[in-house]
Design a protein around this ligand. Sequence first.
Ligand SMILES: [Zn+2]
Length: 318
Amino acid sequence: MPPRPIHEPRRDDCPWCGSKRLRTRLRASDLLQHRPGTFAVDECRDCAHTFQNPRLTAEGLALYQRPPAGGLPGGSAERVLATRTRRRRLVATARAMLPFSEPESWLDVGTGDALFPEVAKEVFAYTSFDGLDPTARVVRAREAGRVEEAHQGQLTDPATGARLRARYDVVSMLGHVEHTLDPRAELRAALLALRPGGHLLLELPEPRSAFAALLGKWWVAHGQPRHLHLIPLPNLRAELESRGCTVVTADRSGAHVPHDLAAALALSLSHSVPAPRTALLRAAAPLVTAAGALDHALAPLLRHTRFSNTYRVIARKN
Ligand SMILES: [Zn+2]
């Protein structure tokens, strides 16, 4: 049997709005893992939807899928992304749900090792957290007691959808939608898993962030080849409202992640330094640390400007 293709055919229209007015935003290789291949990111001139084109197929995506943190050679960029402030940020994300009635049941989609449910449990002690992930990491997370139920697979899989239908007061997707082949199908499936009156909690990179233009392919949220779709906030909001949801929170500042400069520096260093990289990258580590300090120093200001890199949306299913 011939190998399955890893790329879809290149498309000449926007997968979000159908416009043919596309421009190529950038071309990049796999800057994080240095696997072979070059990827193009296109942007729609009409709706600003930003997407990988040609897009990886499910087979291609599995090939390039990011292994768990720590499993990478070198790993300098990876370590920057997994800063110790991550936990604090996840607490802030969980606390964004405090104004709403206390959930009994919560599903975290794309949960990985279920770090978010573990942290959110500190805020919502009486809530039952389940996790869904395509990998077996979610099964190990259940064994470690971080989630009550582990669902391994895709939310858009019909059998999974039927099992989870109308079961949850909250469905969270943090840094997940941009990895999915079909974001609209993913949102639809998430809404089906909610009870009426339940809330969808989303955090996504903002492709219109000024950091995207400033840093180009070194902007970590461009994330090639693993980020397939970057959806601007107005598009996501309109989509949820067209599905009968009420958007109760659309926050550009609270979800900003202060890592753009350090991550861009780490990515470009690990790219420009020839292998074996370890010793030289270790020597450059103080530079990356300094860039990280700058990210944090600027964050209180930048999170309120066009430099904010991530947005948070909470939508109620009516
Ligand atoms: Zn478009």
